[in-house]
Design a protein around this ligand. Structure first.
Ligand SMILES: [Zn+2]
Length: 446
């Protein structure tokens, strides 16, 4: 049977293709893989997606991921047939992506010096495990189920393990999660235990945990659900579909993400490349990646703060040696990522090359914000009645910074992704206890 999709190396000098019936995520040349589809989808699907919002009890229409299943149909099923969907698609009862879409938040707009009507923030924390990860976990587990996988493995700063453990429990799979000891939010660690994962605490950084977990997969036969897995990024494309649908498929001027392992920004770039190549969109939004200043590998490399030369996609020939020199330099000086926004406390982003491709395609930019700015960003989202974690606070904070630099114009249409819900309530308490903070409302003693 001719399968509708394959894995393809995104190294322009290689382009080797692999079929889907294996867990290979790395090409023999060392680059990661993309999922590529054989069929160009018809734009009539835009109406289908809209009609499915009236889901009629069909969880695959209710799901904000599988509602767009025609665009991520790597399993090659008849999308209109409920039984076909139920046999192969993994969903937490239609909950992933169901509540996330852009919202106007007027106080956040004022904080970011934007128009009330042109700034939108999309809370991906309203996913069942509390972060955007569920978008990609639904698709990664669908592939895992296709391969009859028994054991998932991941490294995590917290949200990936929570999401993986939740979906694994629901699908009756085992799940091993590697976390940097003492460096993840207590709420996230609690979720991994609660959902029955085997937690492995690693003395070191997330980057150490990732390399140990990938070795475990290679040697122990587990299936990785980190964002090196291209099926994760396919599910995360639906974050962008929901933006586009909300804006009647008129692309915004900017889409803003926090920068951690860079899976989201890579996925966003791939989504826009596909939509543009199909003729579904005529304009390409510019991507903004907001790093924490304590974990700012991409910011430093892309903006030329290392060796005085800017790292670029360079038509598919990025300077890989420069990235290696940067990592060696940081390691030799004992410079490890450090930020209270632990979700993005990552020094060696696994998807850095795909992110460079995304930045190139979208004329994107990389900014950075410090912990105090992220706390302000997190808090102003809270004052709009929405919840987000500190890493997501980098989004309003980054927009404010780019507004003040006049990079973003006041009436530009901007959509920022709030990647996760607050799972470390101590940060909110600390913020509001300190009266000098911008939005603090300290407790009164009665
Ligand atoms: Zn290759």
């Amino acid at each position: 049977m001719l399968h509708p999709a394959s894995k393809k190396c995104f190294n322009v000098s290689c382009g080797l293709e692999y079929d889907l019936y294996n867990d290979i995520y790395l090409c023999s040349c060392g680059w990661l893989l993309d999922i590529v589809y054989k069929v160009r989808p018809s734009s009539n699907l835009i109406n289908t997606f809209f009609e499915r919002r009236n889901h009629g009890g069909n969880i695959y229409n209710e799901s904000g991921v599988w509602r767009f299943r025609d665009l991520i149909n790597f399993v090659g099923i008849d999308n209109e047939d409920f039984d076909s969907c139920a046999r192969v698609l993994v969903s937490l009862d239609g909950a992933e992506g169901r509540l996330s879409r852009p919202y106007k938040m007027t106080k956040a707009a004022e904080y970011a010096h934007m128009n009330h009507d042109t700034l939108f923030l999309q809370p991906e924390g309203y996913n069942p495990s509390g972060s955007f990860k569920d978008n990609g976990m639904a698709t990664a587990l669908t592939h895992a189920k296709m391969l009859k996988v028994k054991r998932l493995v991941c490294a995590s700063t917290g949200n990936t393990s929570a999401s993986a453990a939740m979906y694994a429990a629901n699908e009756d799979m085992e799940c091993d999660v590697y976390v940097p000891r003492g460096e993840i939010a207590p709420g996230k660690l609690g979720q991994a235990f609660q959902f029955g994962a085997q937690v492995m605490q690693v003395s070191g950084t997330f980057d150490d945990a990732l390399s140990i977990s990938l070795r475990n997969c290679r040697e122990g036969g587990g299936y990785t659900v980190n964002s090196v897995n291209p099926f994760r990024l396919e599910g995360q494309k639906t974050i962008v579909y929901r933006i586009m649908e909300y804006l009647d498929w008129n692309p915004p001027d900017w889409i803003v993400y926090p920068g951690g392992a860079l899976g989201n920004s890579s996925s966003c770039g791939k989504t826009l490349m596909e939509l543009y190549s199909w003729g579904w969109i005529k304009k390409i939004p510019r991507l903004v990646i907001a790093n924490s200043s304590g974990a700012n590998t991409l910011y430093e490399l892309v903006n030329g703060f290392f060796e005085g030369k800017k790292l670029t996609w360079n038509d598919g020939h990025p300077d890989l040696e420069m990235i290696k020199r940067y990592y060696s330099y940081r390691d030799s000086k004992g410079m490890f990522p450090k930020t209270a926004a632990t979700a993005i406390q990552i020094g060696k982003p696994a998807n850095i090359l795909k992110a460079l491709r995304a930045l190139d395609f979208t004329q994107g930019i990389v900014t950075q914000v410090n912990d105090k700015e992220m706390s302000d960003g997190m808090s102003i989202v809270g004052l709009n009645g929405f919840d987000c974690e500190m890493a997501s606070g980098s989004v309003p904070a980054g927009i404010r910074k780019l507004r003040d630099e006049e990079t973003i114009k006041k009436d530009d249409v901007v959509v920022g992704i709030l990647t996760g819900r607050q799972k470390d309530p101590r940060l909110s308490v600390q913020y509001h206890t300190e009266a000098s903070n911008m939005f603090a409302r300290p407790p009164r003693i009665e």
